[in-house]
Design a protein around this ligand. Structure first.
Ligand code: ADP
Ligand code: MG
Length: 234
């Protein structure tokens, strides 16, 4: 479903080139649950942004599965096609939630449906079960600044998944949360993975990272370890 071949990404920091991604080779099957760990600055967010079509490799290939099941070469896509693929197939969750402050919890979750031109009746139908599942019934009419961090992140997860994407990318999703709310957020993401969504989580937290079935470790823009639970001695 996901195939990355020999991808490189270099940023120019003043007159210094920074090799954020160095010959990345990665294959991910539908429904996998993987974590990406590594020191700050090792390229984790750059890799996640590239996987989420928010960033474009300098060279190499990045293949994703299209609606027809066939592999799509994403590198040459123009920005409009890229944005449409993102909207329909990829959910993104960030450390700092990125909610729209003047919209309520329910309106934030509903927004992708509005942008996709889905009519109001169908929007309401799809919104209700999600709000329930997120445990936000009592908070649906609240603005983000009236919600706790854990509730905000649950709203963000609702917004990221309401289009029923195949791929959910989370960049340090518990980075701003206490351990209790963090655990709730991770459990919610894992439930979504159990339902079939491919889940990729970037985290600093070793305990959280260890929960994933497959663990990737990055150092200096390179994948230095790629380990599935099946390969571990029991
Ligand atoms: P991580 O998420 O692992 O902390 P990043 O992917 O954010 O690391 O960054 C990897 C490297 O690329 C770092 O050295 C960072 O400073 C650099 N970098 C990331 N984004 C940019 C950018 N937009 N411009 C310049 N340098 C960047
Ligand atoms: Mg990062």
């Amino acid at each position: 479903m996901i195939q990355v071949n020999q991808v490189n990404k270099t940023f120019q920091l003043g007159d210094q080139p920074v090799h954020a991604l160095n010959n990345i080779q990665l294959k991910i099957s539908p429904g996998e649950y993987l974590s990406i760990m590594g020191p700050s600055g090792s390229g984790k967010s750059t890799l996640l942004n590239m996987l989420g079509l928010l960033d474009i490799p300098d060279d190499g290939e990045y293949w994703l599965q299209g609606s027809d099941g066939l592999a799509l070469d994403t590198v040459p896509m123009d920005e409009e096609v890229r944005a449409r693929y993102r909207r329909d197939h990829i959910g993104f969750v960030f450390q700092s939630y990125h909610l729209i402050p003047r919209l309520t919890a329910a309106e934030n979750i509903e927004l992708p449906l509005v942008l996709a031109g889905i009519p109001p009746d169908e929007r309401k139908e799809r919104l209700q079960p999600i709000i329930q599942r997120l445990g936000l019934e009592q908070r649906a009419g609240h603005l983000p600044n009236q919600l706790s961090g854990g509730q905000r992140q649950r709203v963000a997860i609702g917004r990221a998944t309401i289009m029923r994407p195949k791929l959910l990318l989370a960049d340090e999703p518990t980075g701003n949360l206490d351990s209790h709310s963090g655990a709730e957020v991770i459990e919610l993401l894992e439930e979504l993975n159990n339902d079939g969504i491919t889940l990729i989580i970037v985290t600093h937290d070793m305990d959280l990272g260890d929960r994933a079935k497959r663990k990737i470790r990055m150092v200096d823009g390179e994948i230095v370890l790629d380990k599935s639970r099946e390969q571990e001695p029991s």
